[in-house]
Design a binder for this molecule. Structure first.
Ligand code: 3H9
Length: 696
């Protein structure tokens, strides 16, 4: 920047030298990240404010859609360049004249740290604040861990810094993170506050004391944070730094913070989480679809008001669509209506939604019996019983009712969408929209296209995902698409491990230690064993008789153990707590005996690497078959739909780190032991031989 540059200049930082209150405006699209030119400009501008006798106070504001959303993540792969953000931010705090931050959009990471170092903060009611660095495998690196506790206290700061969660302006005001909410013209309100502060003693956050926490409580809290992080190292380190703020002066605390920040910046975990960040955005850009216009969608019909249909209805209502839910009986419709109302009531109860917002959303959802009332819809999604003939008959019916151009979507998890589409006169308008349960919460959306689905229907899926704030992955048809196909494989491997000597809780513990929020058997108990049982029975006639089949789950179902909902499954549940069940242990041991296997203790790292090999091999087959276009599509599905730890970057990002040779060796060993279905994928063999990487 040139200090005192004219506002017309396209500089990333400009000083508008109005007197007595000047404005420093950051203008670095898309999100005003503090890239090197911004840091240089800010430093020069703040020095000019100090120097210029006409200027008595300054407002720090941003052009465009948001306040500074943080440091420039793209720069993290390079060596740090001066001026460093902590120095720039210290200069802001040290300014001899009042600095007021005027915040709109999101003040995140370095942006939040700029706000913290300003002498006062005014925010638009819609603004939000956060230090999301831990989500990138980092700690705040420009004073956030030291200034936030000085402003809002240790406990609240620990929560924000170690979770990385955003807080809305109203909560920020309650916490003391913001001084005022703007009532209209943000910049004007900030100038007003800056005027009031002229001549007052400066309120430097870094000079405030921090009330210490009881030592025992602090170490218990830090231990809890580390446990909840499930292997991610940043939250624990962030907690230590926040706690240090009570005993160290700002300068020393910031030196410790910088050291940790630089160490984590070059860590594998941070590289993986940065990959995850960019991959989540890249999945939305599909080669060949850039210039394809999506179809307009505002009116959405949902067939089926069960758990899935209700969740989908809520997701669309939350995003401002006009929703109509249909069912075949009054009873089913009423049950769906109650289910939806209950979800919203819970949100009101927990303070996440106001009663007025709930009523507004409930009003946008209409209910009707039968499909005929869907004729005015732009998109209809079916969420009925998972049976091919049921879905085909429904689609035949809908095809006759819906006008040309209406998109017909199925929420099937496994079925062949081409076979569903083929009964309609419009296979080009048929697509899979595979939501994950609960559909109003889970971020992932698999958009499944058949060979006949047109590009604008796929583009519509992507545009819907954006409006629903979901992360879409476009894929082609195969059994289970991306996620459930991979899940079926590694679940099978987990069952082989049972027969060879591990018990369900040992496998779950090994995978939870790997970083999954829950092991596969605990997940299965939560989801219910009956659904998978029905599928196994359906597929039984076509199963390859040479395939290694484990029937422990079938026996559990035959004993009426469908998981948590029946009080027992792979575990038994007492007061909601899962307990190892001798009944299951006996079933597992009998199964080993029948197969003639001598049980052995299987170490956690073998469990983890066998499961990982199963996942990577199936992922490679999915790539070989062009079910998805890129490795990042698989990584995003596994991280957002199946709990693959984001700090590992997804299975294929991690495979590059682990090395494809050892993974292939393991896959070959399994193929020898486990037979058909476990052959190494061509792509895996090819990459391992050539030394190619998924992410060169
Ligand atoms: C940090 O600040 C460290 C400091 O403590 C210390 C430093 C010493 N950098 O998400 P969108 C791009 S760590 C570079 O689609 P939205 C993004 O890739 C940082 N690029 O929009 C995308 O590019 P493209 C802490 C960034 O409206 C485009 O901007 N801050 C950055 O849905 C639009 O993004 C964070 O972690 C960035 N910091 O959401 C905040 N941010 O179009 C990360 C975004 O080429 N950012 N881009 O794909 C976010 O959470 C969301 O982007 C935000 C906007 C909420 C801001």
């Amino acid at each position: 920047m040139t200090a005192a540059a004219s506002p017309e200049q396209a500089e990333p930082v400009r000083l508008i030298p109005t007197a007595p209150v000047a404005v420093i405006e950051i203008d670095n699209p898309p999100v005003n990240a503090t890239s090197q030119t911004v840091r240089t400009g800010l430093l020069e501008a703040i020095r000019e404010v100090d120097r210029n006798p006409q200027i008595e106070a300054v407002v720090m504001a941003c052009a465009g859609r948001t306040f500074v959303a943080g440091a420039d993540i793209r720069e993290f792969g390079q060596s740090p360049r001066e001026p460093h953000l902590p120095d720039v931010i210290n200069a802001i705090e040290a300014c001899s004249k009042p600095v007021v931050a005027a915040i709109h959009g999101t003040a995140l990471g370095g942006g939040c740290e700029i706000a913290l170092a300003s002498h006062a903060r005014v925010a638009e009611p819609g603004a939000s604040f956060g230090l999301p660095e831990v989500k990138l495998g980092l700690v705040p690196g420009a004073g956030g861990t030291q200034r936030l506790p000085r402003l809002i206290g240790l406990e609240a700061a620990l929560d924000l810094v170690t979770s990385g969660r955003n807080v809305k302006a109203a909560e920020a005001l309650r916490l003391g993170l913001v001084d005022r909410l703007s009532s209209g013209d943000l910049r004007q309100d900030a100038i007003e506050l800056a005027r009031e502060l002229i001549g007052q003693p400066l309120r430097r956050t870094g000079e405030r004391p921090v009330a210490p926490m009881d030592a025992e409580a602090a170490s218990a809290k830090a231990a809890e944070i580390r446990r909840k992080a499930r292997g991610a190292e940043a939250p624990g380190k962030a907690a230590e730094l926040v706690l240090l703020s009570a005993s160290l002066p700002l300068k020393d605390g910031m030196a410790r913070e910088r050291e940790t920040f630089l160490e984590l910046r070059s860590s594998e975990q941070s590289a993986a989480l940065r990959h995850a960040f960019f991959a989540e955005r890249e999945v939305t850009r599909l080669p060949g679809l850039d210039s394809v216009e999506p179809r307009p969608v505002q009116k959405v019909g949902i067939v089926g008001a069960g758990t899935m249909g209700s969740g989908i209805a809520i997701a669309f209502a939350d995003a401002g669509f006009d929703v109509k839910v249909v069912e075949t009986s009054e009873q089913a419709l009423a049950a769906g209506q109650t289910r939806i109302a209950d979800v919203y009531d819970k949100q009101v109860g927990s303070g996440r939604l106001t009663a007025a917002a709930r009523d507004e959303r409930l009003r946008t959802i209409g209910y009707a019996l039968g499909t005929s009332s869907l004729s005015d819809r732009d998109l209809v999604i079916e969420a009925v019983f998972e049976d091919l003939e049921v879905k085909r008959s429904l689609f035949r019916d809908l095809d006759g009712i819906l006008p040309p151009g209406t998109i017909l979507a199925t929420n099937t998890s496994y079925l062949d969408i081409s076979l569903i589409a083929s009964v309609t006169s419009r296979p080009a308008d048929v697509v899979g929209l595979h939501f994950f349960s609960p559909a109003n919460v889970m971020k992932l959306l698999e958009i499944v296209r058949t060979d006949k689905t047109t590009a604008d229907v796929v583009a519509t899926g992507l545009s819907l995902a954006k409006r629903l704030r979901k992360i879409p992955v476009v894929c082609r048809v195969c059994d289970g698409f991306v996620g459930n196909r991979i899940l079926s494989r590694y679940r099978l491997q987990a069952e082989y491990l049972l027969e060879e000597g591990a018990l369900p809780h040992e496998i779950d513990a090994a995978l939870e230690a790997f970083g999954f929020p829950m092991g596969p058997f605990a997940v299965s108990d939560l989801a219910g064993l009956d659904i998978a049982w029905a599928r196994r029975k359906r597929l039984a006639p076509t199963r390859d008789p040479r395939e290694r089949y484990v029937d422990i789950a079938d026996r559990l179902c035959e004993a009426g153990r469908f998981g948590r909902k029946t009080g027992a499954g792979w575990y038994r549940y007492e007061g909601g707590k899962r307990e190892v069940d001798p009944f299951v242990t006996t079933l597992v041991e009998e199964s080993s005996q029948r197969r003639g296997l001598t049980r052995r203790r299987i170490p956690a790292d073998e469990i983890q690497s066998r499961i990982r090999a199963a996942i990577v091999n199936e992922a490679c087959k999915i790539l070989d078959e062009r079910i998805v276009e890129r490795p990042l599509d698989v990584d995003v599905v596994m991280m957002h739909g199946y709990g693959y730890p984001a700090w590992r970057g997804g299975p294929l990002f991690e495979a590059d780190r682990v090395g494809l040779q050892p993974i292939l060796a393991q896959v070959k060993e399994r193929a020898d032991q486990d037979g058909p279905g476990w052959e190494p994928a061509d792509g895996l063999v090819g990459c391992a031989a050539s030394g190619a990487k998924f992410y060169p």
